[in-house]
Design a binder for this molecule. Structure first.
Ligand code: COA
Length: 181
């Protein structure tokens, strides 16, 4: 992920689903994140990363509405995933993507990625990029499925374990909107 000056870059942990709910029974809507969503976003964040962003870090993102764009996946009243990107000139820099462990492998990550890239495209982005841990096979596969390609490796980028970062780019966002499954 892009370095926002925040010490995140964690990895997965686990958590329990909502009582009486599961991904199979949820209808998922994707919409813009609001400040009122932060409790739910933090629940997803803390279940997904070893060094999660804090509430203040998310609140800071709302101070730059022209640049920072965040979406959530919502089931009933609950946030089950979220994604963000920074629009920098004609580039979308993906900052975050996470789906709560109880709701993974249900295409929610795909829907968030698609919605975010469509929004970025509408806002004028022509290319998109991100950083992902070298060991994060699931996320790499998701990005690759949607046309992101590995273009560089940033050695020992993650300071918690000296892990390398993969730098991935999607060079033509229009391509993103064709040939979808
Ligand atoms: C990466 C993440 C967002 C994927 O969310 P998800 O909703 O489970 O993913 P989806 O169900 O939309 O999967 C879409 C595609 O991603 C890939 N994928 C997702 N999870 C995968 C897994 N566990 N193993 C292999 N491929 C996987 C597959 O290509 C999949 O397509 P397929 O179902 O046709 O095989 C989720 O695993 C997550 O939150 N991980 C922890 C946080 C994280 O690593 N974020 C990314 C930081 S760069």
């Amino acid at each position: 992920m892009i370095d926002l000056g925040h010490d995140r870059k964690g990895e997965e942990s686990s958590d329990q689903p909502f009582e009486g709910e599961n991904a199979e029974t949820l209808t998922i809507d994707i919409r813009e994140m609001q400040l009122a969503d932060l409790d739910g976003v933090l629940w997803v964040e803390q279940s997904s990363f070893r060094t999660p962003w804090t509430r203040t870090m998310f609140e800071d993102e709302f101070k730059n509405p022209d640049m920072a764009h965040y979406l959530i996946a919502q089931g009933h009243d609950h946030v089950v995933g979220y994604m963000g990107f920074w629009l920098i000139q004609k580039e979308a820099h993906i900052t975050n993507l996470a789906v709560h462990p109880a709701f993974r492998r249900q295409k929610i990550g795909e829907r968030l990625l698609f919605a975010a890239m469509r929004l970025a495209h509408r806002l004028g982005a022509e290319r998109a990029t991100l950083e992902v841990r070298a060991s994060n096979d699931s996320a790499q596969k998701l990005y690759a499925k949607y046309g992101f390609q590995l273009v560089a490796i940033r050695k020992k980028y993650y300071n918690d374990n000296n892990e390398d970062a993969w730098i991935m780019w999607m060079n033509d966002l229009k391509t993103f909107f064709t040939g979808l499954p």
